[in-house]
Design a protein around this ligand. Structure first.
Ligand SMILES: Nc1ncnc2c1ncn2[C@@H]1O[C@H](COP(=O)(O)OP(=O)(O)OP(=O)(O)O)[C@@H](O)[C@H]1O
Ligand SMILES: Cc1cn([C@H]2C[C@H](O)[C@@H](COP(=O)(O)O)O2)c(=O)[nH]c1=O
Length: 213
């Protein structure tokens, strides 16, 4: 079957990649972008926090600001990111790959004890991705990767953080599926990142194929 590149369509495709810290989001997004470009797609890679002004504030304040204030700041960045970067790229027909999106918002602020319902409502008006990829791994696997790489944030410092994060991700994923999101779960325990990226690429091409005709 020959597929029309996503970029030849009127609107591109929005794919988010989330999963516990150390699961390999950034590594897999990098490989996935290369594979999609090789398949003839026009790809825009982005991430949250975004590179916009609110994203800069998020990065500056994550270590010192907590709870509802930080949750609202990340949600504000998400809505601004959509307007300023994601939608314009989709309108230009590109595949937009976001390293972190709504699922991270449903998970990370739970480390500060925020009610999942509050986080759900805060994110309720954000655009649904065409596909939400969730990387899944055992806590022992990701804590070992984080130990080797070093932590990126305060959420990764406590000894049980990987267990808690995996648990929060399971709950968030179930919530997203219940709400009708198209979710692709990828087990990254033993799979090298290039293999995970190839699996996601294949699923993306197959997933979007019916709309291409
Ligand atoms: N499948 C894999 N097998 C082994 N090591 C991996 C795998 N995927 C990623 N890594 C390594 O684990 C570390 C974390 O990867 P990466 O930074 O991509 O994860 P992340 O999910 O983006 O993390 P964070 O949420 O902290 O930004 C890196 O050192 C990376 O090289
Ligand atoms: C989208 C989002 C992000 N965060 C935090 C988690 C990390 O501290 C950084 C992202 O950096 P990384 O290199 O990708 O790990 O942002 C958050 O707390 N809430 C969110 O919604």
């Amino acid at each position: 079957m020959s597929l029309r590149p996503f970029s030849e369509r009127q609107r591109g495709r929005f794919v988010s990649v989330d999963g516990p810290s150390g699961a390999g989001k950034s590594t897999i997004v990098r490989h996935l972008a290369q594979l999609l470009v090789a398949a003839g797609e026009d790809v825009h890679v982005t991430a949250e926090p975004s590179t916009g002004p609110i994203g800069a504030l998020c990065r500056e304040l994550t270590e010192t600001t907590t709870r509802h204030a930080l949750a609202c700041l990340y949600a504000a960045d998400r809505y601004h990111h959509l307007e300023a970067e994601v939608r314009p790229n989709l309108e230009a027909g590109r595949v937009v790959l976001s390293d972190r999106y709504i699922p991270s918002g449903l998970v990370m602020q739970r480390f500060d004890g925020i009610d999942p319902m509050f986080l759900w409502r805060l994110n309720a008006e954000a655009d649904r991705p065409d596909l939400a990829v969730i990387l899944e791994a055992d806590p022992e696997v990701i804590s070992e990767r984080l130990r080797e790489r070093g932590p990126h944030n305060r959420f990764q410092l406590s000894s049980g953080s990987s267990h808690a994060e995996v648990h929060f991700y399971r709950q968030a994923t179930e919530r997203l599926i219940q709400a009708g999101y198209d979710v692709l779960r990828v087990d990254v325990n033993r799979r090298p990142p290039e293999r995970s990226a190839a699996l996601i690429r294949d699923r993306l091409l197959a997933f979007f194929a019916p709309a291409a005709g």
